[in-house]
Write a protein that binds this ligand. Structure first.
Ligand code: UDP
Length: 252
């Protein structure tokens, strides 16, 4: 096997230099972390599932005209993506109160919000990803006003589309986190595209009828059967059987 250049290793993913300039290989690990790295585990098969689920969602978004970094899946754990300059923000869209918004405002978990809410968190582990306002973002030059408008518009389009996709599978999209990047063209002009991943690691997904959690909260809250829940999400989206058939393409 040839040695590839590792560009970055995060908590759940590794980025390698891609085969052509401007491309990157995104590798999904089985590692899970929560509470700013205080809780760690390896969940066998999680990376494979997240690779498939994120591929499925990004492909649909690309087809709908929502620009993403996704090019194609390479194997069970890896996908080819466009190299982008990541904007140092976690963009969270919420439909129903859960997690930090429930704690912050004393809302009961599961209470629908009056409307979908977009929030920004500054990506900085040492600061524990603080909630920031649009004023902070433009004043500190993390993004321009135009980029902010684009991110909000894209986040809401993604929310509408992905909510519908999951609703069709009997799953409620409670909230999710996305990251955006700048994709540069030959003239050094940039546009905002969806980057990173959309998977049960980055979404809250509740069964529509039982409210059972089918996402990373199973790990955060020690509810057990984490990968089983992710596999059920994949199965309901109709992507599980194909995943089995392609197992032989996995890299050693
Ligand atoms: N989220 C994420 N990565 C983070 C923080 C949050 O993917 O570092 C996702 C989380 O899975 C949920 C949404 O963003 O779907 C909102 O998370 P919240 O602010 O409630 O964070 P929590 O308090 O659960 O960490």
């Amino acid at each position: 096997m040839s040695r590839r250049k590792k560009i970055y290793e995060g908590k759940a993913k590794i980025l390698y230099e891609g085969p052509e300039p401007g491309t990157i290989v995104q590798h999904f690990k089985d590692d899970a972390t929560a509470f700013n790295n205080q809780k760690k585990a390896t969940l066998e098969g999680k990376g494979v599932l997240n690779n498939r689920i994120s591929e499925f969602i990004m492909e649909h978004l690309n087809r709908m005209g929502v620009p993403t970094h996704f090019i194609k899946r390479l194997n069970m754990r890896e996908q080819l993506v466009r190299e982008v300059e990541i904007i140092p923000l976690e963009v969270v869209v919420r439909n129903v109160a859960a997690g930090s918004i429930a704690t912050r405002f004393g809302l009961p978990e599961g209470e629908p919000l009056p409307r979908s809410i977009v929030e920004f968190y500054f990506k900085d582990d040492a600061l524990q990803d603080p909630l920031v306002s649009e004023e902070h973002i433009t004043a500190f030059n993390w993004a321009t006003t135009q980029e902010l408008d684009d991110m909000i518009a894209l986040a809401l389009r993604i929310n509408d589309f992905v909510s519908g996709l999951f609703a069709g599978a009997g799953i409620r999209l409670i909230d999710f986190k996305v990251e955006f990047g700048r994709l540069y063209d030959q003239n050094d002009m940039s546009r905002i595209v969806l980057a990173d991943e959309i998977s049960p690691d980055s979404c809250r997904l509740w069964d529509m009828t039982t409210n059972e959690k089918m996402d990373k909260d199973r790990f955060r809250r020690d509810l057990g059967n984490v990968t089983e829940a992710y596999a059920e999400v994949a199965r309901r989206l109709g992507i599980m059987r194909e995943a089995d058939q392609n197992r032989d393409t996995e890299e050693a």
